[in-house]
Design a protein around this ligand. Structure first.
Ligand SMILES: *Cc1c(COP(=O)(O)O)cnc(C)c1O
Length: 472
């Protein structure tokens, strides 16, 4: 074998090794929303944004843990792909309605999320007066184009109504959604376009689709309301993280029936708003794709509209979780371990943060997450572990999807680099605004990685800052 061949063989070997590591930790896979993740030659986690590359271990050494890293380019890419997919199927089907993406702000209200989203052409959905105040803020700072439409959900308090009227007056394209008879009444004098929310009364597989909830009018009741001036949108939202593709389609079919009857009474009605629900592959098993769902939605809508002889409705979706969850990761250091005598896992790994505080869905709804080491990705031997948070609470833990998490053994770490860091994927949706301060632990620091530049979005809280929130 000559020298050249030797070098080539060595290169091939590292290639397969890298491939195996990627495969093992499910990195670099588009359908699993991990396509930007890869492993470096020294077995550390990296994220690629075009030709820019971020080494997560380096970031951790620079900024410490717990650490949240936000990747706005992931949001921008996902939104563009979604809009283009709709465009493609609208053209293919000769669909005559328009498509609008409205970002439901409650999913993540942070500036580093909202600004990239509207800059890429999204409209907005808000659920409270304070979320609408953010719209006002952007409007005043001239960060908000007149093209952007704002949909207002949630109970309309007097303050909320006041701000809706104020922004309407200022020229904002704002559409309140009527959720009950009180709101129907208080919006009687409203001069702009209105929407109304229907309860599809159908059960789908989702944590949030409760047998009984308070949202929207049952279809029959809605049709008894008679004419509603300037009615533009029929809205429903059945739940979040809807597991099956069919469950995204069947409520639509049911609601279209109401739409057609409602439109007969209200000819201005021309838009159907499907709300949220598009699921994220948190546990890195393949689910339905944007392509498959958009294709089905458009075919279904066109088929119903054509058969019943009505114009193709405009379509609004508010798929928040899908858009933003994969744009953030949360990193912890393992600070110690402790044996577990008799269980599916053999060690507790204690992290330097808290699930209850930083990833509250772990605790609230037993959310499962994909967990990957930040360093030592090439570890040959793995331990089955449970993760414990640093609060004093026995509920502060994460025991994995199969009742254990596989991570490198602490005994195998090199002497000169004893710290094992781990990251949770897909933490960009819902966790931040639900976060708390149990045991007065500080929130993770947060940085933004964009165009090869790192900026700090939230510094690590000091004891003074946390204490202050409690009156000290
Ligand atoms: C919460 C919510 C959404 C977002 O749901 P996702 O499952 O995150 O897409 C959209 N619309 C309304 C009305 C909501 O309440």
């Amino acid at each position: 074998m000559n020298k050249k061949d030797k070098v080539k063989k060595k290169k091939d070997k590292t290639k397969t090794k890298k491939h195996n590591i990627r495969h093992k930790w499910k990195l670099g896979i588009e359908e699993l929303a991990t396509k930007h993740f890869d492993v470096s030659s020294n077995a550390e986690l990296i994220v690629r944004e075009g030709n820019y590359q971020y080494n997560i271990h380096d970031l951790v050494k620079r900024f410490g843990t717990p650490l949240e890293v936000v990747f706005p380019f992931v949001i921008e890419e996902r939104l563009n792909e979604l809009i283009n997919t709709f465009k493609y199927y609208i053209r293919l089907n000769k669909y005559r309605g328009k498509f609008y993406f409205h970002y439901p702000m409650k999913v993540n209200q942070n500036k580093e999320f909202v600004l990239p989203i509207i800059s890429e052409g999204a409209h907005i959905e808000v659920g409270s007066v304070n979320e609408l105040w953010i719209v006002k803020r952007m409007w005043e700072q001239e960060q908000f184009s007149r093209q952007i439409k704002v949909i207002c959900n949630g109970p309309k308090t007097n303050k909320y109504l006041g701000l809706i009227y104020e922004l309407k007056q200022k020229g904002l394209d704002i559409v309140p959604i009527i959720e009950d008879r009180y709101e129907l009444d208080s919006l009687k004098e409203y001069r702009g376009e209105l929407g109304i929310r229907v309860d599809p009364e159908i059960k789908v597989q989702s944590h949030w689709d409760k047998r009984i909830d308070r949202f929207g009018f049952p279809g029959r009741e809605l049709l008894e309301l008679g004419r509603i001036r300037n009615l533009k949108i029929l809205h429903y939202h059945i739940g979040s993280q809807i597991i099956k593709l069919e469950d995204m389609i069947s409520p639509l079919k049911k609601v279209m029936d109401v739409y057609i009857k409602l439109k007969a009474m209200n000819p201005t009605l021309d838009t159907i708003n499907l709300g949220g629900g598009f699921a994220v592959p948190y546990i890195k098993r393949k689910m339905y794709s944007a392509d498959s769902i958009v294709k089905r939605l458009l075919r279904t809508l066109k088929e119903i509209a054509d058969r019943r002889g009505i114009p193709h409705p405009n379509i609004i979706v508010e798929w928040g979780r899908y858009l933003v969850a994969p744009a953030q990761i949360t990193i912890y250091r393992i600070i110690s371990q402790k044996p577990i005598p008799k269980s599916t896992a053999s060690w507790w790994y204690i992290i330097d943060g808290s699930f209850i505080n930083d990833l509250p869905d772990t605790w609230a709804i037993h959310q499962k997450w994909h967990v990957v080491p930040v360093n030592y990705l090439n570890a040959e031997r793995l331990s089955r572990v449970w993760l414990a948070g640093s609060s004093c609470d026995s509920d502060d833990k994460y025991t994995g999807n199969s009742n254990y998490v596989s991570l490198p053994r602490l005994e195998d770490l090199e002497q000169n680099d004893k710290s094992l860091y781990i990251t949770f994927f897909d933490t960009g949706a819902y966790q931040d605004s639900l976060a708390s301060h149990h045991c007065l632990l500080s929130s993770p620091a947060k940085i933004i990685a964009q165009n090869g530049v790192i900026t700090v979005a939230r510094k690590r809280e000091t004891a003074e800052e946390v204490g202050k929130q409690f009156g000290w």
